[in-house]
Write a protein that binds this ligand. Structure first.
Ligand code: 5GP
Ligand code: MG
Length: 201
């Protein structure tokens, strides 16, 4: 069995709305920088250390939900000090649809995760529908365990019962971009997490 979730031992840092103003050139689109590069780096190192402590003697499959998770995944895995396999799933944003809809997953994935310890990595937990649908589908393949790791957890009331095991930061209920997260495919390349200006979307 896998040990109790790290979340219980962890205090997830809350992020305020007006952390710092964006660089001059981005002021038309970005309201503020919520989480800067060094804060991201420090927190992700803590997450990686916890994940390493929990998983180091297990056969692990990391399943990343693309595309928003790309940058986080790249940094997170470099803080994970144990062998693991990476699989990717593409679930378009908000395609969780109704809570009972089942996203399609690659045919060979169930075979690859059966009996393995699965760590699902996503960028941001919003309504929770996407992760609820994905994890329901993955559990049908009977992994040895399944846990959820998200960089950001939006503080919103949720009707879907989703409790991530590893959370980077709790963010306010605003539209965030940067560090992999996009608005109409823009801003993924920003090295920080920022709040998009409300009049932009
Ligand atoms: P959920 O199913 O939890 O409502 O939606 C999760 C997905 O919606 C995330 O994985 C992400 O792709 C997208 N999403 C939710 N909130 C935001 C946001 O504030 N900014 C961006 N860029 N994407 C978001
Ligand atoms: Mg996503």
């Amino acid at each position: 069995m896998i040990r109790g979730t790290s979340e219980a031992r962890d205090r997830v840092p809350p992020v305020g709305r007006r952390t710092s103003p964006p660089p001059e050139a981005l002021r038309g689109e970005i309201a503020s920088v919520l989480i800067g590069p060094s804060r991201l780096r420090r927190r992700i190192a803590q997450m990686g250390a916890r994940i390493t402590a929990d998983y180091s003697d297990k056969e692990v499959v990391v399943i990343a939900l693309l595309n928003g998770t790309l940058v986080f995944l790249a940094d997170l895995i470099r803080t994970m000090d144990f062998p693991f396999r990476i699989e990717t799933l593409r679930v378009s944003s908000y395609s969780g649809g109704t809570p009972d809809s089942s996203p399609r997953i690659r045919e060979d994935l169930p075979r690859r995760i059966r009996g393995r310890h699965v760590l699902v990595v996503d960028d941001i937990l919003d309504t929770g529908r996407t992760l609820a649908a994905v994890t329901r589908r993955l559990r049908q393949a009977r992994p040895a365990s399944l846990r959820i790791c998200v960089l950001l957890d939006k503080t919103i009331p949720r009707s879907v019962d989703i409790r991530p095991d590893y959370v980077g930061f709790r963010v306010p209920d605003v539209f965030v971009v940067g560090y992999g997260l996009d608005f109409a495919e823009r801003h993924r390349n920003l090295p920080f997490v920022a709040e998009l200006r409300a009049d932009t979307h």
